[in-house]
Design a protein around this ligand. Structure first.
Ligand SMILES: Nc1ncnc2c1ncn2[C@@H]1O[C@H](COP(=O)(O)OP(=O)(O)O)[C@@H](O)[C@H]1O
Ligand SMILES: [Mg+2]
Length: 236
């Protein structure tokens, strides 16, 4: 069986004290959507940081397109085609929407205007508000800025930590539709979601993490249909 496009393979590590991740594995295939769910404090954000190189992983490995990138810095991973939208502080609130997008392209030396246009096509409201400070936007619009900023490097993998946190169900559905659209362009999506049920609906692959370990791994559909997963993690 071929290796997934991106894999955090049996990662063990933490923030310097006791380990938070214990042999945790998450992965995503090319152009697919993988979703990580689980209770608060399960280590979902920590697993994302580990995959992005923000954590000391002292056992296990991270591989992208077959290449071992375990020792690369986050910035080197960006250069390899990875983009990460963290759970908090993911935009520059005092800068305009367009300045945020420009900041996202900091590694590029070529013309970025085409990519800005693509982001505006995906999120038309951002074009309307491009001269406004990002901090003045609604929660859902800010998340669009954060995703748009991440797309500015033209990544092959987009990692999102709770992109729908604090938005209404309608805005959540819209964001998920846009995320599906991004995946259809061939970009792999690895995301953490608190709205587990809705996220698993759009997931090719789902990971349920508990206390830094893989509790269940299957297709999104199979997890939604698993009575044990439903009862324990999806509220019945
Ligand atoms: N920067 C940090 N330093 C030390 N411990 C942390 C840090 N961030 C998170 N933790 C701890 O790691 C565990 C997992 O947290 P986290 O990955 O944020 O969980 P989740 O995203 O699943 O809610 C928690 O016990 C949390 O207290
Ligand atoms: Mg988290």
């Amino acid at each position: 069986m071929a290796e997934p496009f991106l894999i955090g393979d049996r990662m063990t590590g933490g923030y310097g004290g006791a380990d938070i991740l214990h042999g945790c594995t998450v992965a995503v295939e090319k152009g697919e959507i993988a979703v990580i769910v689980g209770p608060n404090g399960a280590g979902k954000s920590t697993a994302m940081k580990a995959v992005f190189g923000m954590l000391n992983v002292h056992a296990g490995a991270v591989r992208l397109n077959g290449e071992d990138i375990t020792r690369l810095s986050p910035q080197a991973r960006v250069a390899k085609g990875m983009a990460f939208v963290p759970q908090t502080h993911n935009i520059f609130t005092s800068m305009t929407v367009e300045e945020n997008l420009e900041m996202g392209a900091f590694l590029r030396r070529d013309d970025i205007s085409g990519t800005i246009d693509e982001v505006y096509r995906l999120f038309p409201i951002l074009k309307e508000k491009r001269r406004q400070a990002a901090g003045e936007l609604s929660g859902g619009q800010r998340q669009q800025v954060a995703v748009g900023r991440a797309l500015m490097t033209r990544p092959s993998v987009l990692m999102l930590d709770e992109p729908t946190a604090g938005v209404s169900p309608i805005v959540m559905d819209e964001l998920f539709d846009r995320i599906i659209e991004v995946a259809r362009t061939g970009i792999s999506i690895l995301m953490v979601e608190q709205n587990a049920r809705q996220a698993l609906e759009i997931a090719d692959k789902g990971y349920v993490l508990v206390q830094g370990r893989n509790a269940y791994t299957d297709t999104g559909r199979a997890l939604l249909d698993d009575p044990e997963v439903r009862r324990t993690f999806l509220g019945g």
